[in-house]
Design a protein around this ligand. Structure first.
Ligand SMILES: *Cc1c(COP(=O)(O)O)cnc(C)c1O
Length: 493
């Protein structure tokens, strides 16, 4: 494939006089803007809207969509992100007019259906996590984390533990864990992993104190390993008067097999846009519901949906200890509808099978690849595993990731977790078949050979994508996030 042309911003397609919509004449008398708005809020010049016909708009966005890699076009083994297939049925359900055309200010009597859906989705998530109650408000995993940590903080405040100012986070943790604890005003105490890549119980004992508010655990951790000592961990943490936060973003490895609630966890967030197969990527809408045990229930964001004895659903706003609202209205409701549809369609047997298949696929790839690229923490993994490309030289993880793009696949997550050098974190997910996995092994085998026979082809990859190697440092330091007539795209190498 030859790199295609880059699609310019839609403004570049603008032609004076063209128009995509014909608005009817207003049926109300014209009021001078100055009468309605204060002077400072008035534009001095008309907005620079592109003048494009409908056909041009559709072609522009269709071309743009072809420049992207997505789960609908190919394999996407981006570790920790769970880029699994999103069933189209769920989109159809979310597009039903009764859901899609609902307004958040409609009265409860008119919105019993969606309230029932939210109530039942909450119950489903509680069954999977083994928790007591949940809020569906958070719009992302990271926001679920912040919500959970703020609830832990409120709990300690009410139980005279407000001098607790530390949150323990293992060095294999997802980066958002440290950020969430810090945003909530805590000091992060980093916990070194054991040689096997798990929480080191001795180190944990040494770090726990009357200053500890909580531990934040990702399980399976970012090495794809299940924390075997999880019961001992939660016991130690509780004995120290602290609480256990469970990062359940990647619950797809354990659904139907093990529940955070049974592991002694006090708070867990799940990512509907990972485990429950709702679309994600590109910063699109997500949902990171957060579930708690009964002792944290009073702190959940309000309102919660409750069901009265007569079967009526309503919003319970009367929650005096609530940490408050974390998202407008009820979160990303369209995503909640998709997750509910997924849950119903899968059933508990289907969820269990999804976990089994996710773990099987990851172990299949791990055992086929670990002869080419060592797995530093090798052994049976859960839904993902981490290879090291350090034997292939400095920068090899990046170069392999770039080269994989030439074969119509997305790159794995690279340089994460930080405790593996030249890390390639691979998560095949349960929705891929063996032919796709075998093709990935073929691609990795070929790239490994290329390192010896033709290293330049790897070092200068990708060769077939519309953008090759953008200047990442420049993009980060001087990002161009907004079109202006003067803005020019940066040269890429
Ligand atoms: C993806 C992920 C998060 C963050 O979720 P977002 O929805 O991207 O904010 C947190 N923890 C883990 C382990 C994850 O994989």
């Amino acid at each position: 494939m030859i790199p295609g042309p880059l699609e310019p911003p839609i403004f570049a397609h603008s032609i004076a006089g063209h128009q995509g919509v014909d608005l009817p004449a207003a049926g109300v008398p014209r009021v001078e803007p100055a009468v309605l708005l204060p002077g400072v809020a008035l534009r001095s010049a008309p907005p620079l809207l592109p003048r494009v016909a409908e056909s041009q708009v559709v072609r522009h966005y269709t071309r743009l969509s072809h420049l992207n890699h997505c789960v609908d076009t190919g394999f996407y083994p981006l570790g920790s992100c769970t880029m699994k297939y999103n069933p189209k049925l769920d989109d159809e359900v979310a597009a039903l007019p009764g859901f899609a055309e609902m307004h958040p200010y409609q009265p409860e009597a008119d919105t019993q259906g969606i309230l029932q859906l939210m109530h039942e989705l909450e119950k489903g998530l509680l069954a999977v996590t083994g928790m007591h109650r949940a809020s569906l408000q958070p719009a992302a995993g990271a926001q679920g984390e912040l919500t959970g940590i703020l609830m832990i903080k409120a709990y300690h405040r009410d139980h005279s533990g407000s001098e607790r100012d530390q949150v323990i986070v293992p060095d294999s943790a997802h980066g958002t864990n440290l950020a969430s604890a810090t945003m909530a005003g805590y000091h992060v105490v980093e916990l070194p992993s054991s040689p096997r890549g798990l929480v080191d119980l001795e180190a944990l004992r040494a770090h726990l104190s009357e200053r500890t508010a909580a531990i934040m655990l990702t399980n399976p951790n970012t090495l794809g390993l299940f924390e075997e000592d999880i019961l001992e961990i939660s016991r130690l943490v509780h004995d120290a008067g602290a609480l256990c936060y469970y990062d359940g973003a990647n619950l797809n490895a354990i659904m139907g097999k093990a529940r955070p609630g049974d592991m002694g966890m006090d708070v867990v967030h799940v990512n509907l846009h990972k485990t429950f197969s709702t679309p994600h990527g590109g910063g699109g809408p997500g949902a990171g519901p957060v579930a708690v045990t009964d002792r944290l229930e009073p702190y959940l964001p309000a309102p919660l949906v409750t069901r009265d004895p007569d079967g009526t659903y309503r919003l319970d706003r009367d929650r005096p200890s609530s940490i408050g609202r974390v998202k407008a209205f009820h979160g990303n409701v369209g995503v909640l509808v998709r997750a509910y549809s997924y849950l119903l369609r899968m059933g508990s047997g289907g969820l269990t099978q999804a976990s089994e298949d996710a773990v099987l696929n990851a172990n299949y790839l791990r055992t086929r690849l670990h002869g080419l690229f060592p797995v530093p923490y090798d052994g049976p993994c859960m839904h993902e595993f981490v290879l090291s490309a350090s034997e292939h030289g400095a920068g090899a993880a990046r170069d392999i990731g770039k080269r994989i793009l030439d074969f119509g696949m997305h790159a794995p997550t690279v340089y994460f977790p930080l405790i593996v050098h030249e890390a390639l974190m691979i998560e095949p997910t349960e929705t891929e078949d063996i032919a796709t996995l075998d093709r990935f092994v073929e691609v990795m085998t070929r790239i490994d050979t290329e390192f010896r026979s033709d290293p330049d082809v790897v070092r200068t990859a990708p060769h077939t994508t519309p953008v090759r190697r953008p200047d990442e440092a420049h993009a980060a330091r001087e990002p161009v996030l907004r079109w202006s007539p003067e803005a020019r795209p940066r040269e890429s190498r």
